[in-house]
Write a protein that binds this ligand. Structure first.
Ligand SMILES: [Fe+2]
Length: 248
Protein backbone atom coordinates (compact mmCIF):
# COMPACT_ATOMS: atom_id res chain seq x y z
CA UNK A 1 0.00 0.00 0.00
CA UNK A 2 1.53 3.31 -0.89
CA UNK A 3 2.13 5.95 1.73
CA UNK A 4 -0.10 8.43 -0.06
CA UNK A 5 -3.10 6.14 0.34
CA UNK A 6 -2.77 6.04 4.15
CA UNK A 7 -2.20 9.80 4.31
CA UNK A 8 -5.51 10.24 2.46
CA UNK A 9 -7.34 7.81 4.76
CA UNK A 10 -6.05 9.57 7.89
CA UNK A 11 -6.91 13.03 6.60
CA UNK A 12 -10.40 11.80 5.62
CA UNK A 13 -11.14 10.73 9.20
CA UNK A 14 -9.56 13.87 10.64
CA UNK A 15 -11.51 16.20 8.34
CA UNK A 16 -13.82 18.54 10.22
CA UNK A 17 -17.47 18.57 9.13
CA UNK A 18 -18.08 21.37 6.66
CA UNK A 19 -19.40 24.55 8.25
CA UNK A 20 -23.06 25.14 7.43
CA UNK A 21 -23.55 28.24 5.32
CA UNK A 22 -27.05 29.60 5.56
CA UNK A 23 -28.45 29.49 2.02
CA UNK A 24 -31.40 31.70 2.99
CA UNK A 25 -30.68 35.29 2.00
CA UNK A 26 -34.12 36.89 2.24
CA UNK A 27 -36.48 37.15 5.18
CA UNK A 28 -40.04 38.19 4.40
CA UNK A 29 -41.73 38.37 7.78
CA UNK A 30 -40.76 40.64 10.68
CA UNK A 31 -41.99 43.46 12.88
CA UNK A 32 -39.19 46.00 12.79
CA UNK A 33 -41.06 49.32 12.57
CA UNK A 34 -40.98 50.72 16.10
CA UNK A 35 -44.32 51.36 17.83
CA UNK A 36 -46.50 50.33 14.90
CA UNK A 37 -47.34 46.96 16.42
CA UNK A 38 -46.18 44.45 19.05
CA UNK A 39 -42.73 44.31 17.46
CA UNK A 40 -39.66 46.38 18.26
CA UNK A 41 -39.92 49.32 20.64
CA UNK A 42 -37.21 51.55 19.17
CA UNK A 43 -35.30 52.06 15.94
CA UNK A 44 -32.12 51.21 17.85
CA UNK A 45 -33.49 47.74 18.63
CA UNK A 46 -34.46 47.29 14.99
CA UNK A 47 -30.96 48.25 13.83
CA UNK A 48 -29.43 45.71 16.21
CA UNK A 49 -31.73 43.05 14.78
CA UNK A 50 -30.79 43.95 11.21
CA UNK A 51 -27.13 43.60 12.22
CA UNK A 52 -27.81 40.11 13.62
CA UNK A 53 -29.53 38.99 10.42
CA UNK A 54 -26.73 40.44 8.31
CA UNK A 55 -24.20 38.42 10.29
CA UNK A 56 -26.24 35.28 9.62
CA UNK A 57 -25.97 35.82 5.87
CA UNK A 58 -29.24 37.64 5.14
CA UNK A 59 -28.94 40.32 2.46
CA UNK A 60 -32.58 41.42 2.27
CA UNK A 61 -35.24 41.90 4.93
CA UNK A 62 -38.89 42.59 4.16
CA UNK A 63 -40.62 43.92 7.23
CA UNK A 64 -44.34 43.36 7.70
CA UNK A 65 -46.15 45.32 10.44
CA UNK A 66 -49.54 44.01 11.52
CA UNK A 67 -52.68 45.50 10.07
CA UNK A 68 -55.67 44.56 12.24
CA UNK A 69 -59.00 46.36 12.42
CA UNK A 70 -59.29 46.51 16.19
CA UNK A 71 -55.67 46.54 17.38
CA UNK A 72 -53.20 47.86 14.82
CA UNK A 73 -54.89 50.31 12.49
CA UNK A 74 -51.86 50.84 10.30
CA UNK A 75 -52.27 52.27 6.83
CA UNK A 76 -49.86 52.43 3.88
CA UNK A 77 -49.12 56.05 4.91
CA UNK A 78 -48.21 55.28 8.56
CA UNK A 79 -46.19 52.26 7.49
CA UNK A 80 -44.25 54.00 4.71
CA UNK A 81 -43.45 56.99 6.94
CA UNK A 82 -42.02 54.80 9.68
CA UNK A 83 -40.21 52.66 7.12
CA UNK A 84 -38.33 55.72 5.79
CA UNK A 85 -37.10 56.52 9.33
CA UNK A 86 -36.06 52.90 9.89
CA UNK A 87 -34.23 52.78 6.56
CA UNK A 88 -32.29 55.95 7.39
CA UNK A 89 -31.20 54.46 10.73
CA UNK A 90 -29.96 51.28 9.05
CA UNK A 91 -28.10 53.27 6.39
CA UNK A 92 -26.53 55.47 9.08
CA UNK A 93 -25.35 52.32 10.86
CA UNK A 94 -23.65 51.24 7.61
CA UNK A 95 -25.30 47.81 7.36
CA UNK A 96 -25.44 46.78 3.68
CA UNK A 97 -28.79 45.00 3.85
CA UNK A 98 -31.56 45.70 1.37
CA UNK A 99 -34.83 46.64 3.07
CA UNK A 100 -38.40 46.46 1.88
CA UNK A 101 -41.78 46.84 3.53
CA UNK A 102 -45.29 45.43 3.22
CA UNK A 103 -47.69 44.25 5.94
CA UNK A 104 -49.07 41.21 7.70
CA UNK A 105 -52.81 41.45 7.14
CA UNK A 106 -55.08 39.86 9.70
CA UNK A 107 -58.06 38.34 7.89
CA UNK A 108 -60.78 40.75 9.01
CA UNK A 109 -63.11 43.41 7.60
CA UNK A 110 -60.25 45.82 6.80
CA UNK A 111 -58.46 43.50 4.39
CA UNK A 112 -61.76 42.26 2.96
CA UNK A 113 -62.82 45.86 2.27
CA UNK A 114 -59.52 46.53 0.46
CA UNK A 115 -60.04 43.46 -1.71
CA UNK A 116 -63.60 44.56 -2.51
CA UNK A 117 -62.49 48.08 -3.46
CA UNK A 118 -60.11 49.54 -6.00
CA UNK A 119 -57.43 50.00 -3.32
CA UNK A 120 -54.27 47.93 -3.44
CA UNK A 121 -52.84 45.70 -0.75
CA UNK A 122 -49.29 46.34 0.40
CA UNK A 123 -47.34 43.75 -1.53
CA UNK A 124 -43.69 42.86 -2.03
CA UNK A 125 -41.64 41.45 -4.90
CA UNK A 126 -44.50 42.02 -7.32
CA UNK A 127 -47.80 40.68 -6.07
CA UNK A 128 -46.98 38.68 -2.94
CA UNK A 129 -48.81 39.62 0.24
CA UNK A 130 -48.69 38.15 3.73
CA UNK A 131 -51.78 37.34 5.80
CA UNK A 132 -52.63 35.64 9.05
CA UNK A 133 -55.89 34.44 10.56
CA UNK A 134 -57.62 33.88 13.86
CA UNK A 135 -55.52 31.40 15.86
CA UNK A 136 -58.40 29.25 17.08
CA UNK A 137 -61.03 28.60 14.46
CA UNK A 138 -60.92 28.65 10.71
CA UNK A 139 -62.41 31.92 9.41
CA UNK A 140 -65.67 31.34 7.56
CA UNK A 141 -64.48 33.61 4.78
CA UNK A 142 -61.09 31.96 4.29
CA UNK A 143 -61.91 30.19 1.02
CA UNK A 144 -63.67 33.23 -0.37
CA UNK A 145 -60.76 35.48 0.65
CA UNK A 146 -58.24 33.23 -1.09
CA UNK A 147 -60.35 33.05 -4.23
CA UNK A 148 -60.81 36.83 -4.36
CA UNK A 149 -57.14 37.59 -3.82
CA UNK A 150 -56.05 35.10 -6.50
CA UNK A 151 -58.64 36.47 -8.92
CA UNK A 152 -57.23 39.96 -8.38
CA UNK A 153 -53.78 38.68 -9.33
CA UNK A 154 -52.25 38.56 -5.86
CA UNK A 155 -50.06 35.75 -4.55
CA UNK A 156 -51.33 35.13 -1.01
CA UNK A 157 -48.87 33.85 1.59
CA UNK A 158 -50.32 32.37 4.77
CA UNK A 159 -48.07 33.25 7.71
CA UNK A 160 -47.19 30.42 10.10
CA UNK A 161 -49.84 27.79 9.19
CA UNK A 162 -48.37 25.53 11.89
CA UNK A 163 -49.48 27.94 14.64
CA UNK A 164 -53.25 27.79 14.07
CA UNK A 165 -55.24 25.44 16.29
CA UNK A 166 -57.54 24.59 13.36
CA UNK A 167 -54.65 23.57 11.10
CA UNK A 168 -53.75 19.99 10.26
CA UNK A 169 -52.16 18.21 7.32
CA UNK A 170 -55.46 17.81 5.50
CA UNK A 171 -56.29 21.51 5.77
CA UNK A 172 -52.74 22.51 4.80
CA UNK A 173 -52.91 20.28 1.73
CA UNK A 174 -56.22 21.85 0.72
CA UNK A 175 -54.78 25.38 1.05
CA UNK A 176 -51.63 24.35 -0.80
CA UNK A 177 -53.70 23.10 -3.73
CA UNK A 178 -55.90 26.19 -3.70
CA UNK A 179 -52.80 28.26 -4.48
CA UNK A 180 -51.96 29.61 -1.04
CA UNK A 181 -48.24 29.84 -0.37
CA UNK A 182 -47.32 28.48 3.05
CA UNK A 183 -44.73 30.30 5.20
CA UNK A 184 -43.44 28.47 8.24
CA UNK A 185 -41.86 30.41 11.11
CA UNK A 186 -38.28 29.31 11.61
CA UNK A 187 -38.82 29.74 15.39
CA UNK A 188 -41.42 26.94 15.24
CA UNK A 189 -38.65 24.51 14.28
CA UNK A 190 -36.86 24.83 17.62
CA UNK A 191 -40.08 24.43 19.61
CA UNK A 192 -40.36 28.13 20.48
CA UNK A 193 -44.19 28.01 20.36
CA UNK A 194 -44.46 24.50 21.83
CA UNK A 195 -44.20 20.87 20.78
CA UNK A 196 -47.43 20.44 18.74
CA UNK A 197 -46.55 23.48 16.60
CA UNK A 198 -43.00 22.22 16.10
CA UNK A 199 -44.36 18.80 15.08
CA UNK A 200 -46.79 20.25 12.55
CA UNK A 201 -44.05 22.44 11.07
CA UNK A 202 -41.86 19.34 10.70
CA UNK A 203 -44.68 17.38 9.03
CA UNK A 204 -45.27 20.23 6.56
CA UNK A 205 -41.57 20.13 5.68
CA UNK A 206 -41.70 16.32 5.31
CA UNK A 207 -44.66 16.74 2.93
CA UNK A 208 -42.79 19.49 1.04
CA UNK A 209 -45.77 21.83 1.47
CA UNK A 210 -43.60 24.75 2.53
CA UNK A 211 -42.93 27.60 0.12
CA UNK A 212 -41.19 30.01 2.44
CA UNK A 213 -39.46 30.31 5.79
CA UNK A 214 -39.89 33.50 7.82
CA UNK A 215 -38.43 34.76 11.06
CA UNK A 216 -41.55 36.61 12.32
CA UNK A 217 -38.96 38.49 14.36
CA UNK A 218 -40.57 40.82 16.92
CA UNK A 219 -37.57 41.57 19.15
CA UNK A 220 -33.88 41.08 19.76
CA UNK A 221 -34.41 37.76 21.53
CA UNK A 222 -36.11 36.33 18.42
CA UNK A 223 -33.15 37.54 16.33
CA UNK A 224 -30.63 35.97 18.69
CA UNK A 225 -32.42 32.62 18.47
CA UNK A 226 -31.76 32.53 14.74
CA UNK A 227 -28.27 31.21 15.49
CA UNK A 228 -29.82 28.17 17.21
CA UNK A 229 -32.29 27.72 14.37
CA UNK A 230 -29.47 27.39 11.82
CA UNK A 231 -28.30 24.24 13.65
CA UNK A 232 -31.72 22.61 13.56
CA UNK A 233 -32.10 19.43 11.51
CA UNK A 234 -35.48 20.47 10.09
CA UNK A 235 -34.26 23.95 9.24
CA UNK A 236 -31.57 22.33 7.12
CA UNK A 237 -34.16 20.02 5.59
CA UNK A 238 -36.43 23.01 4.85
CA UNK A 239 -33.73 25.04 3.11
CA UNK A 240 -33.17 22.08 0.79
CA UNK A 241 -36.73 22.53 -0.51
CA UNK A 242 -37.26 24.81 -3.52
CA UNK A 243 -38.14 27.77 -1.25
CA UNK A 244 -39.11 31.09 -2.77
CA UNK A 245 -37.23 33.27 -0.24
CA UNK A 246 -34.21 34.06 -2.37
CA UNK A 247 -36.39 35.06 -5.32
CA UNK A 248 -38.09 37.83 -3.35
FE1 LIG B 1 -45.96 38.24 12.27
Amino acid sequence: MDKNFWTKVISFFRAKPKAFINPLKVDLHSHLLATLDDGVKTHAEAVEIVQQFYQLGFTKLITTPHIMSDTYRNTPATILDKFQEFKQEVTAAGIPVQLDVAAEYYLDETVLAILDSDSQLLTFSGSYFLFETNFYSEPLLLTDFIFKSLTKGYKPILAHPERYAYMNLKKAEELYHRGVLLQINSLSLIGFYGKPIQKLAQKLIDQKWVHLLGSDCHNLMHAQLQTEILKDKYYRKAVDLPLLNNQL
